[in-house]
Design a protein around this ligand. Structure first.
Ligand code: ADP
Length: 374
């Protein structure tokens, strides 16, 4: 919008009419004071300012405007009698742009100048947007970099822990063999095996992350029986966590069209977390049902729970709840991978959690991916 400032009403009206006829949006002020008030309230691309006005002349108005950060991008064209010295005009105004036209106004010249200022304004607005986007990108990358460094150090630590255990068990195995103590050898072997499984899981998660990043996470979808899958998972999980009861609530009698191993990965991730983040408890519920034309699978624990602001971020890559991260080992990528797997099955993943009482992590898969057993 253009602001016309002139103390002569006829000048204002005639110039306003001409500019509006050429498609410009125009506002008017008939004194310097009124112009300053309007500049504070509205945004103008350009102000056309009469120099000779009583009370406050055009130069004074321009000088005050130069101090308004709001009008930083606004250009000013002075309308003045001939032979006004331009050095006065430039005084105090150094931002948006300045120009000068003598009266009587040559409307063609004025229109040319207005168009030029509009073009400059538009270009600088676009440049401003690009600059803002670039600054945001730089900031984002700096955060991302910090997170990556932190992740590498956590990941190395997480990988080293089971590896050190395996080394220890191998030494013990050598001693057990030398003594011929087969029972001890068996026990150390199975403990080493558990640590190797852990290591394998960590490496698989790291590989999945890089596959997701490069868009190479592939799915092998077929129909499989959901109830059977869950029962098998419970059996395997129970072997490695004999103190925990995993109670399956409900059954669905459906075949799911999906990648069975990937769905298993999500359920195992939910159950592993449910057990890990619930010290002092010994029960986890595995809820399964059909609802609103969807399959629902939820894992409910009675553990530490989360605050609402933590719930919001829990599916982000590398996110771990800060206040508990020193108590529980982890990389903060399991749920991120799970959410990718579920979204690639057209479903939703989410969690309901109450701090100090427990959480229910769940996913849903739409019914068109299912085949009901008849
Ligand atoms: P990890 O457990 O390896 O850190 P995840 O991606 O599986 O990574 O989980 C991300 C974070 O979410 C965990 O670090 C933990 O803070 C929180 N979290 C996950 N599951 C639970 C749960 N059942 N109860 C409380 N917090 C959980």
């Amino acid at each position: 919008m253009i602001l016309l400032v002139d103390d002569t009403p006829e000048n204002l009206i005639s110039l306003k009419n001409v500019l509006e006829k050429h498609g410009f949006e125009v506002d008017t002020a008939n004194s310097g004071e009124e112009a300053l008030k309007k500049v504070l309230k509205n945004s103008y691309v350009l102000i056309i300012l009469d120099v000779q006005m009583p009370e406050m002349d055009g130069f004074e108005v321009a000088e005050v405007i130069s101090g308004y950060s709001k009008a930083k991008e606004t250009a000013i064209i002075f309308l003045s009698a001939a032979n006004t010295e331009f050095r006065f005009i430039a005084k105090g105004y150094s931002s948006g742009g300045l120009d000068y036209i003598t009266k009587p106004v040559d409307i063609n010249i004025l229109l040319l100048k207005i168009k030029t200022f509009y073009r400059i304004y538009e270009q600088s607005r676009k440049l401003g947007e690009v600059q803002k986007a670039l600054l945001e990108e730089i900031e984002f990358r700096k955060a991302a970099e910090l997170k990556k460094d932190e992740f590498i150090s956590i990941a190395s630590h997480e990988l080293k822990t089971p590896l050190t255990s395996v080394k220890g068990y191998i030494q013990l195995l050598e001693r057990g063999l030398a003594k011929g103590d087969i029972e001890q050898v068996k026990s150390h072997l199975s403990k080493a095996q558990i640590q190797l499984e852990k290591l394998n899981g960590l490496i698989a998660d790291l590989l999945d992350i890089s596959k997701i990043e490069s868009g190479k996470l592939k799915f092998n979808k077929q129909y499989f029986d959901m109830d059977t899958l869950l029962e098998n998972i419970i059996e395997v999980m129970h072997q490695s966590n004999p103190d925990f009861k995993i109670i399956k609530n409900g059954s669905v009698n459906v075949k799911v069209f999906g990648d069975e191993m990937r769905i298993e990965q999500v359920v195992v991730n939910f159950l592993t977390n449910a057990i890990k983040y619930s010290p002092g408890t010994n029960e986890v519920l595995l809820n399964i049902r059909l609802q609103n034309n969807e399959l629902y699978v939820g894992v409910k624990d009675f553990g530490i729970g989360m605050q609402p602001e933590q719930v919001k971020r829990v599916f982000e890559k590398f996110y771990r709840v800060e206040e508990t991260s020193h108590r529980f080992q982890g990389l903060g990528i399991g749920l991120y991978i799970s959410s990718e797997i579920i979204s690639r099955h057209g479903g939703h993943i989410n969690v309901n959690s109450v701090y100090g009482e427990g959480s229910e992590f769940y996913f849903t898969i739409p019914i068109d991916q299912l085949m009901t057993d008849v």
